[in-house]
Design a protein around this ligand. Sequence first.
Ligand code: BTN
Length: 252
Amino acid sequence: MMHYSEMMKPTIHRLAETNSTNTYLREWVSREELPEFTVIMADFQASGRGQRGNFWESERGKNLLFSFLLYPDFVSAKSQFLISQIASLCIKEGLGRFASGFSIKWPNDIYWNEHKICGMLIENDLSGRMLSQSVLGIGVNINQDTFTSSAPNPISLKNITGRTWDREDILADMLRRFEAYYEFLRKGNAHIIAQKYFDSLFHKEGFHRYADKNGTFSAAIVEVKPAGELILCTEEGEKRGYLFKEIQYLLE
Ligand code: BTN
């Protein structure tokens, strides 16, 4: 397996169309050995995959749709949320070059104010107690003007800034940021990463409305555990922990 070294540049394979860049990359690496940081970018996905089996809407040629390959064998299975944290940080910080108001909505959506601009689908494989392979699939809305799917609150960089942007320039910047965070993590800076992630969270200050299987309530974010669990504290002072998909944010 070829690990990434700072001497190498990521290889970007650009496709006019595929079903899903995650699926394409996972199938390719299952057939043939690929170097770390192999990147697949597509202009269009016929069946872009979102979280919870949802479809990821993206107009042809307008947005960034990419997946890239990692062999994070220095990350333990119980710390796998760190990969999600560094991916979220590099997208949030990359977008922060264009405007203020970006944050990370736990676990790994990127928001601009109350609107979603980016989603990720991270597929990890384990070998014993360590990660062996990750495919990080990221969709960032760049130049799309209007959204038609049932996603409640999408927005694009063009909607925010009023102009179109070069998708490949933005991708190159985000990959450079990811590489820097990945090396920072390899050098043992997990605590700093977790703190930066927490500081970047959407609805980090004050009380907000949430819904869980028992109904709606108002709570404040207290902590995100290393395994990714979100800890909220209700107005009555009760602490509640949630795993992915067990809680919904009610947006204003
Ligand atoms: C979400 O539901 O928020 C996650 C969306 C992830 C979409 C990206 S687009 C590139 C990559 N390929 C996919 O099929 N999905 C991810």
